[in-house]
Design a binder for this molecule. Structure first.
Ligand code: AFP
Length: 334
């Protein structure tokens, strides 16, 4: 790894590998980087400038919006709409897709994002993050519509997240491995800090919201019961448990030391086949996890092969260290 490589240098050097590249994709990612720096600043100063707490509004999922959800959504849109590389955007905070205003040029890409995932943790000063997924736009359409975004995760050209934790860290994949960049606040630049991240195939650490255990399906219940039984159970080993309730933080931990994360299908609310959103949570995180050598499934099939039916569709999520994910899948198949 070259010491002191900025994310801009990294993106420009990667662009040189593609002789036909126009620079649009690099410029798009640069727009995401700018938005995430602005969000990081707002999250960092939230208590000082009075933007902690909830808005009076709800988003399309019926969830109370935090002030910082709304601010982060605006920063993403402001930083990306003018660049000429996007045909449209879709956000957790917008009911339908966002059209690029007529005064700006339209481009070849689509972006979906959750501007501030884990925002219910903000008042407690717990890590949050921005998650994004980039797709190609259909060619020759003057205006995009929601249906244009409904492409399976296997079509993603890039996925990433920016974590606002003790350090602000951007994690990216374009389908050639996973790299992490840490923000140096003094300089205002992200620097490459981890190259070609790999997730250990085995783990003894799981993450699940155990308060839902009475609603779990038998394969998940069996897996967790076996972990909890420790050395006296069929696994013959003790397991550790973590639950941050902020997906970006859980995925970042799994990238750094392995683990399995589950928000499975349950019977708590039969209208919801899971809690997490396919298009801007599960798909981008699945691409990152798979690119780092992990696995990602609904329990019944690969998440990235799910044919989306709606922008805000929910999906069961089981992902992380390959051998444990395969074990949970095998319990579903039995
Ligand atoms: P918020 O953005 O509303 O805080 O939700 C975060 C999240 O989508 C995901 O990041 C967590 O893994 C999950 O929800 C936590 O859900 P529980 O509150 O049910 O534990």
């Amino acid at each position: 790894m070259q010491k002191g490589m900025t994310i801009t240098q990294f993106l420009i050097e990667k662009q040189r590998d593609f002789t036909s590249a126009t620079g649009d994709f690099t410029a798009l990612l640069n727009g995401v980087v700018v938005a995430c720096k602005r969000i990081a600043g707002a999250v960092n100063k939230a208590g000082l400038i009075g933007v902690l707490g909830a808005e009076d509004s709800e988003n399309v999922q019926g969830e109370v919006q935090k002030k910082l959800d709304v601010i982060s959504n605006r920063y993403m849109i402001e930083s990306l709409e003018w660049g000429g590389y996007l045909a449209g955007m879709a956000s957790e905070e917008e009911e339908t897709c966002y059209q690029i205003p007529d005064q700006y040029k339209k481009g070849r890409y689509l972006i979906l994002f959750d501007p501030l995932d884990g925002s219910s943790n903000l008042d407690a000063n717990i890590s949050t993050g921005t998650i994004f997924s980039i797709l190609k736009a259909p060619e020759g359409k003057p205006n995009i519509e929601d249906a244009d975004f409904l492409q399976p995760g296997t079509e993603q050209v890039c996925a990433g997240y920016c974590m606002y934790g003790p350090a602000t860290v951007m994690v990216l994949t374009t389908g050639q491995g996973v790299n992490a960049f840490t923000l140096d606040r003094d300089v205002g630049e992200f620097y490459l800090t981890e190259e070609n991240i790999r997730i250990p195939e085995d783990t003894r650490e799981f993450a699940i919201n155990a308060s839902n255990s009475r609603f779990w399906e038998p394969p998940v219940k069996r897996y967790i019961d076996e972990c909890l039984a420790g050395t006296e159970g069929p696994r013959g080993e003790n397991f550790n448990m973590r639950w941050v309730a902020s997906m970006v933080a859980e995925i970042h931990r799994i990238l750094s030391r392995g683990g399995i994360f589950m928000y499975p299908r349950d019977t708590k609310d039969p209208s919801k086949p899971g809690r997490l959103r396919l298009m801007y949570e599960a798909n981008p995180m699945s691409m990152i996890i798979e690119q780092a050598g992990g696995a990602s499934t609904t329990g019944r099939g690969r998440i990235m092969e799910v044919q989306p039916e709606g922008l805000h569709q929910r999906v069961p999520v089981i992902l992380g260290s390959k051998n444990e994910v395969d074990r949970v899948t095998s319990y579903h198949n039995e």
